[in-house]
Design a binder for this molecule. Structure first.
Ligand code: C2O
Length: 592
């Protein structure tokens, strides 16, 4: 039984026990040298290694997701390079910038010097706080939650617990208010492996502060359960204009509209509720697909260390998280609140959205565990030791480390577990719909742009690009194949400052009679405006990594030497530097 089992087989529940040899693999891995571009070394045993900070070859440099290396050396103090992210120095905060409006934003913490202590996790003897879905809140639940938010909103603006200060924390870690310690590299926790742990802590303190304010130490926050059919709507309790949960800056057209994250435009416009739900559930399934279970960075985001820039979010951040931010925020500029990270946490629904993002990570962790693997990164001690700063529910500034937040239970809360995971069994229904859809569109493919080489220059995505891309050699034993996943890399994606942007990626097998055969959805790039103004040339490229091993089975392309990769612009301006396909080696927990 391999992790790719999940790519083809419905699971009934993440708590199902699947027996048997969890992760077959050869005793000695074949290491493939793959260097996608001279700027993005990512995995191999024999790469042209970048020297580490002590001048030797650092084993960590052999890992997938070292993309953070590029462009990062210019302004970096040597001691700050390639180590776990350090907490900021609160005396060095400066004004942040809203890249969309180019306005100055004041989001420095209301404390300058503070006596910072190490975080102590809550006692395992305390009762667990149980987070419930927002759509299942009864009137008592709502009243309690509203009372807590009202109290938070009533605090003076400069109080570290005030709603305003709590919202500003998001800006602090996202819009350039701090540089990473001893560098001029902006502190940015999105688009990297910091994304999930940082937001987990952010919600943890927010929840505890709210509980303190109403004197309830079992208080738990709601989550927006958008992975279930009942939860794919804007939760009602946030829509009442007299409620403290209300926020004006939203797309109110979406108040009574089924969410359409990641579905195709033509398809969404059909508005058949059940079909759209099926498409949505298939996107959830895709987020948890086998490749993503094998390689944590594909799900959680690329590795980033001190002195490096964040360059790529995982499937959870890109496809689901970013898409829903844009869906909830205002439809036109400024995209505040939810549609721009500088303001996102000013909308109380932000915390419900992130509750579910956090829960997705929790489910991922449980799925990995089924196969005997932890959901951490191999050689990830730099991730585990990375730290952030928060102001806690006891008026103390604390330094937290990733290693203390690996499960919700270790932080004293959990998620309502009564639900089923409809997405886990959605494949047959989705395939049926998808095939019918492709049949209807059969004639269309002839009208599409012909596929050709992407070329060596960056391309502006003003119209769909269909690129013929070479696959890596597919030789190797069955075990060796089990030990690697095939990944599509869309590199150096540049979005003008402060703009939303989106493109979808499809993969097809080249066929003789048609230039493009049956296309299958591989993933989306979604940009929510955020800051990246530290670079001298205006912007830095990010990358999108999509596991395609099981997709190739779906479209019967396992034997093809080339694939047609389609980049379909949906929104905004975007430039793409290149499209490549590589094999990424899977690291198992017990590898030595
Ligand atoms: Cu920090 Cu949903 O963004």
């Amino acid at each position: 039984m391999s992790l790719s089992y999940l790519a083809t087989t419905p699971i009934s529940s993440p708590t199902t026990t699947i027996s048997g040899n969890p992760l077959p693999r050869s005793a000695i891995h074949t290491c493939r040298s793959v260097r996608l571009s001279n700027r993005t070394p990512y995995t191999s045993c024999e790469l042209n290694h970048e020297p580490s900070r002590n001048g030797s070859i650092d084993r960590r440099n052999l890992l997938l997701g070292l993309g953070g290396l590029f462009g990062s050396t210019a302004a970096v103090n040597k001691n700050a390079f390639g180590t776990p992210l350090q907490p900021f120095d609160s005396t060095t905060c400066h004004d942040a910038i809203d890249d969309e409006t180019e306005e100055v934003v004041k989001c420095c913490p209301p404390y300058k010097t503070a006596n910072m202590v190490d975080f102590t996790p809550p006692s395992p003897r305390d009762p667990l706080r149980i987070r419930k879905p927002a759509h299942k809140y009864n009137s008592d639940d709502i009243a309690k939650f509203e009372a807590a938010i009202a109290k938070m909103k009533a605090l003076p603006d400069n109080h570290p617990w005030s709603f305003k200060q709590q919202a500003a924390i998001h800006c602090t870690y996202c819009n350039g208010a701090f540089y990473q310690l001893n560098t001029t590299i902006e502190l940015q926790i999105h688009q990297s492996w910091f994304f999930l742990p940082w937001h987990r802590y952010y919600l943890y303190f927010w929840e505890r502060i709210l509980g303190k304010l109403i004197g309830d130490d079992t208080f738990a926050i709601p989550y927006w359960n958008w992975d279930t059919r009942e939860g794919m709507w804007f939760p009602k309790m946030y829509q009442k204009s007299t409620s403290p949960l209300y926020d004006e800056a939203r797309n109110t057209d979406h108040y009574n509209k089924l969410m359409d994250y990641g579905c195709e435009e033509a398809y969404c416009n059909r508005k058949k509720t059940d079909e759209l739900i099926t498409y949505n559930l298939a996107r959830i399934f895709k987020t948890f697909q086998g490749d993503n279970l094998k390689v944590p960075s594909l799900f959680m985001g690329m590795e980033t260390r001190a002195g490096e820039k964040s360059v790529g979010g995982g499937s959870l951040e890109q496809l689901l998280h970013n898409g829903i931010h844009s869906w909830a925020g205002k439809p036109n500029s400024p995209y505040h609140d939810m549609g721009n990270f500088v303001t996102a946490a000013r909308d109380p629904v932000f915390f419900a959205h992130h509750g579910n993002v956090d829960r997705m990570w929790y489910i991922y962790t449980k799925l990995r565990k089924l196969y005997g693997e932890t959901s951490t990164f191999k050689y990830g001690s730099d991730w585990l030791q990375s730290s952030f700063v928060f102001y806690d529910e006891n008026h103390q500034v604390v330094k937290v480390k990733v290693k203390n937040c690996l499960t919700p239970e270790s932080l004293g809360y959990t998620y309502d577990s009564s639900e089923t995971h409809e997405w886990a069994g959605i494949r047959p229904k989705y395939r049926k719909l998808r095939n019918a859809e492709l049949k209807r569109r059969e004639g269309d493919s002839l009208k599409l742009n012909p596929a050709s080489e992407f070329g060596s220059k960056p391309r502006n995505l003003t119209e769909p690009i269909r690129a013929l891309v070479q696959r890596p050699p597919t030789s190797g034993t069955k075990d060796e194949k089990e030990d690697s996943v095939e990944v599509l890399f869309i590199e150096d994606i540049i979005v003008p400052h402060g703009s939303p942007a989106r493109f979808d990626v499809y993969v097809a097998k080249p066929t003789a009679e048609e230039l493009v055969g049956q296309e299958e959805f591989a993933g989306s790039f979604v940009n929510v405006p955020h800051s990246h103004h530290e670079s001298s040339n205006g912007a830095h490229g990010s990358s999108l990594q999509l596991g395609i091993t099981s997709l190739l089975k779906d479209i019967d392309a396992e034997a093809s030497e080339q694939l047609v990769v389609s980049l379909i612009p949906r929104n905004g301006e975007v430039t793409v530097g290149g499209v490549k396909i590589g094999l990424v080696h899977v690291n198992y927990d017990d590898d030595v």
